[in-house]
Design a protein around this ligand. Structure first.
Ligand code: NAD
Length: 416
């Protein structure tokens, strides 16, 4: 059976289902199916060997009814405009479900950062801001890191934007290094928020997280912090992890710090001493308590959903589960914490970063953790209550909460 895998068509289909459940006004529904604006740019970048390479990039501002738009920036060889559109839609629902006063956007550049030097990455980052900077700003649209972009890239972008404006504008981007106005607690915020959600889910299910086994697909920012915070916050045991080159498994547990050190040293989790090799596909099918997709879209599909055995799926990645697979997970009684709720810790602390930048006063890490916990816990329970009230799965419940808030803002503004 063939399945729709275009992320934007998936995002639209999810919205359509939610609109039906909510009996959303047809004009509001049609308005919310599309990005409000998007910019396509072509960037010429001088490479280290003296040649000039041409790159294509995007910025999509999906909806800013609730506040300036917000969303990460991805550098990836397979980036497409439809992926960026989908991610910008999910950002809109994410800021709304968290009830933070921001809209949704996303950006991307088609490139392979793994084969680019730091100098080439810096020139590409600055070129992106020279073209896209005209639609960015702390009251307009604020980017952040995503797949294969880093705090260093945010720093170059902030500097280029400040040069263009002629004054320092730290609040135009988040996920910056601490000395340039980054927030304490931003680094691990996505994984931390996800672990708070797992804690709340376990309470609802009457389960103890202590000793639970956890498998993590994707071992970058989100995945590595999940590996250390799973044991620290939940008492969970990391039994498997993978990255784009393959995976490792040990049912007795993997030492997260040693695994991170191995990845830093060799570039991959593969061949970690004391573990067996597994493929990414096998990792998703392990008999574990908690499965954490933390890589890319379309990982749990009709092809493998029947083999998924986890009790809880905590989606740190955006769009890891297709709608058809989602229905089956729900029928199987697997508790899914949907992406734009589960991974919202990152944007929440990015929002805290914007707030701190605007008043020039910085909070301590423990304060950030406390505020993040409050925000995640409140959002988690608003979704759990909607799921119960409408008798729907958690993803649709998150849509009902988020779309309701965005629709209300659009109506109040007189847009629709
Ligand atoms: P990252 O670039 O730090 O790491 C990505 C990881 O995924 C790498 O380890 C890479 O090897 C691995 N990977 C790539 N393709 C893979 C594949 N086919 N199978 C298994 N692993 C694969 O990126 P990140 O910031 O950790 O983002 C990961 C996911 O989390 C993305 O979906 C992103 O949109 C989402 N997310 C990240 C944040 C954040 O704050 N970083 C916030 C919200 C959502």
């Amino acid at each position: 059976m063939s399945e729709e895998l275009n992320p934007f068509e998936i995002a639209q289909r999810q919205l359509d289902t939610a609109a039906e459940i909510m009996q959303l006004d047809p004009a509001v529904h049609e308005f919310l199916r599309w990005p409000i604006r998007e910019l396509h740019v072509t960037l010429a970048v001088r490479m280290d060997d003296g040649s000039t390479q041409i790159f294509h990039g995007f910025r999509v501002q999906y909806n800013d009814a609730r506040g300036p738009s917000k969303g990460g920036l991805r550098f990836h060889p397979h980036e497409t405009i439809d992926t960026v559109r989908a991610l910008s839609a999910w950002m809109t629902w994410k800021t709304a479900v968290m009830d933070i006063p921001l809209g949704g956007a996303k950006g991307g550049v088609i490139c392979n950062p793994k084969v680019m030097s730091p100098g080439e990455l810096e020139r590409l980052s600055r070129a992106y801001i020279r073209q896209v900077g005209r639609i960015l700003g702390e009251n307009l649209d604020v980017p952040a890191p995503d797949v294969y972009t880093t705090p260093q890239i945010m720093a170059w972008m902030m500097d280029e934007y400040s040069v263009l404006r002629g004054y320092n504008v730290p609040g135009m981007i988040t996920g910056k290094p601490l000395p340039l106005g980054g927030s304490a607690g931003r680094g691990d915020a996505t994984a931390r928020g996800g672990m708070y959600c797992v804690r709340e889910a376990a309470k609802l299910l009457g389960l103890k997280t202590e000793g639970m086994s956890m498998a993590i697909q994707g071992f970058g920012n989100a995945g590595q912090y999940a590996a250390t915070l799973g044991p620290e916050l939940l008492g969970a045991r990391i039994v498997a992890a993978s990255d784009s080159q393959g995976g490792v498994y040990n049912p007795k547990g993997l030492d997260p710090d040693a695994l991170i050190a191995h990845k830093m040293e060799t570039g991959s989790v593969v061949d970690f001493p004391g573990s067996d090799s597994i493929t990414n596909a096998e990792l998703l099918e392990l008999d574990v308590d908690i499965l954490v997709p933390a890589a890319l879209e379309n990982q749990i599909t009709l092809d493998n959903v029947d083999q998924v055995k986890a009790k809880i799926v905590a989606e740190l990645a955006n769009g890891p589960t297709t709608p058809d697979a989602d229905d089956i997970l729900y029928k199987k009684g697997i508790y899914v914490i949907p992406d734009f709720l589960c991974n919202a810790g990152g944007v929440t602390v990015s929002y805290f970063e914007q707030v701190q930048n605007s008043y020039g006063y910085y909070w301590k890490e423990l304060e950030v953790h406390k505020l993040l916990d409050e925000k995640m816990t409140t959002a988690f329970h608003s979704v759990a209550e909607a799921a119960k009230a409408y008798d729907i799965n958690n993803r649709m419940a998150a849509y009902v909460v988020a779309v309701g808030r965005v629709a209300e803002a659009c109506k109040l503004r007189g847009w629709v």
